[in-house]
Ligand binder design. Structure first.
Ligand code: OSB
Ligand code: MG
Length: 370
């Protein structure tokens, strides 16, 4: 049994190397809640809550997550008998949504569980790859700058390129990229910037031979996505629309997409992410691991998740240095010829840098199971 003695929340804030702009928000600084979970033998599991400072991506924020953790979720973890991370699911599911807050604890439980088994997180999740292909995201800025960044990332060896688009800057961006890089493995993420009124406009993206278009329409528009997918060649990939296994089943049944972006944070953690993986494998829906501009702790969880067999498309998993001057882990995540090695040491397999954790910490709160 996992005997959880102590849970600490480290509220951190890290400055991005450069602003990250999508169709709806620009992120300059990244707040995050780092979860440190200690058992009775002093073994530590790490997790991360990837909610943002404001509710632009999902309804959660750092502050709502803190409230959920402190007043509801941590007390549940303390009083539940947990033999396996999945044992917490029925208790968490009695509380609506708040998936990123739940995921912070779920991730820490998985890391702790794997460490107690002396196996890598990849192994205990059922991962089969020893290495994964890295993908990178280029956000919206001046087109020459975007081209310059793609060029630099291509030299670093990234295997898949995603650009953010918005209705004001879509054709300009995609046309210029295709002019410079006709064969680049390229996809575009709209973060819900369009509606069905834009059908003709979105159809005209087919000329760019994109691997997929991510979340063109609203988060709640599974039916509209199905209508759109029916009249475009470019595969639709859903991100903001997918919060649960049930959402995945609805999207598949409605033909709302051909591909799914899986983020542990958005679906409540690794337990549900793995369930989504398994059902998509059965239904032959390719999936890939999304990113949340996260620190190395969540990044390490993503690497383990992406080692599962049906993660067949390179995800938004880039080097620590893509966003950070100094990450919270040592060694940092690096890429070599577009490849990231899956750690084989117990748990997430990467050490947390106490020095950097303290350096970026705004405040910390410790909860003790008495
Ligand atoms: O829509 O996939 C998204 C970052 C934050 C929130 C939402 C998204 C993203 C990204 C960046 O696209 C992924 C990354 O490199 O971490
Ligand atoms: Mg997205």
């Amino acid at each position: 049994m996992l005997k959880i003695k102590e849970i600490s929340i480290h509220h951190v804030k890290m400055k991005l190397k450069s602003p990250f702009q999508s169709s709806i928000e620009t992120v300059n600084e990244r707040e995050s809640l780092i979860i440190e979970m200690k058992d009775a033998d002093g073994v530590i599991g790490w997790g991360e809550v990837v909610a943002f400072s404001s509710p632009w991506y999902t309804e959660e924020t750092i502050q709502t997550a803190f409230h959920m953790l402190k007043d509801f979720l941590i007390p549940i973890v303390f009083k539940t008998n947990i033999n396996h991370p999945k044992d917490i699911q029925p208790y968490f599911q009695r509380l609506k949504r708040n998936h990123m807050a739940k995921a912070g604890l779920d991730l820490a439980l998985w890391d702790l569980y794997a460490k107690r088994k002396e196996k890598s997180l990849s192994k205990v999740l059922g991962g089969k790859r020893q290495e994964i292909e890295a993908g990178v995201v280029v956000s919206i800025e001046s087109i020459p700058k975007m081209i310059e960044k793609i060029e630099a990332y291509a030299i670093e060896g990234y295997r898949r390129f995603k650009v953010k688009i918005s209705p004001k800057m879509d054709h300009q961006i995609l046309r210029e990229i295709r002019k410079h890089f006709p064969n680049l493995p390229l996809m575009a993420d709209a973060n819900s910037a369009y509606t069905l009124h834009d059908i003709k406009h979105i159809q005209s993206f087919d000329q760019y031979q994109l691997m997929m278009i991510e979340q063109p329409l609203g988060a709640d528009d599974l039916v509209d996505h199905a209508k759109l997918q029916n009249v475009i060649q470019t595969p639709i990939c859903l991100d903001e629309s997918i919060h649960s296994l049930h959402d995945v089943q609805s999207a598949i049944q409605l033909n709302s997409c051909k591909i799914i972006n899986v983020k542990a944070g958005r679906v409540g953690g690794l337990t549900v992410a793995k369930d989504i993986h398994d059902i998509c494998e059965k239904k032959q829906i390719p999936i890939w691991c999304g990113g949340m501009i996260e620190t190395g702790i969540s990044r390490a969880h993503n690497i383990a998740l992406a080692s599962l067999p049906n993660f067949s498309i390179p995800g938004d998993i880039s080097a620590s240095s893509r966003y950070w001057e100094g990450d919270l882990i040592e060694p940092e995540v690096t890429i070599n010829n577009g490849i990231i090695k899956v750690p084989d040491k117990p748990g997430i397999g990467i050490k947390v840098s106490r020095k950097n954790l303290e350096k970026y910490c705004l405040h910390e709160e410790k909860f003790i199971n008495s």
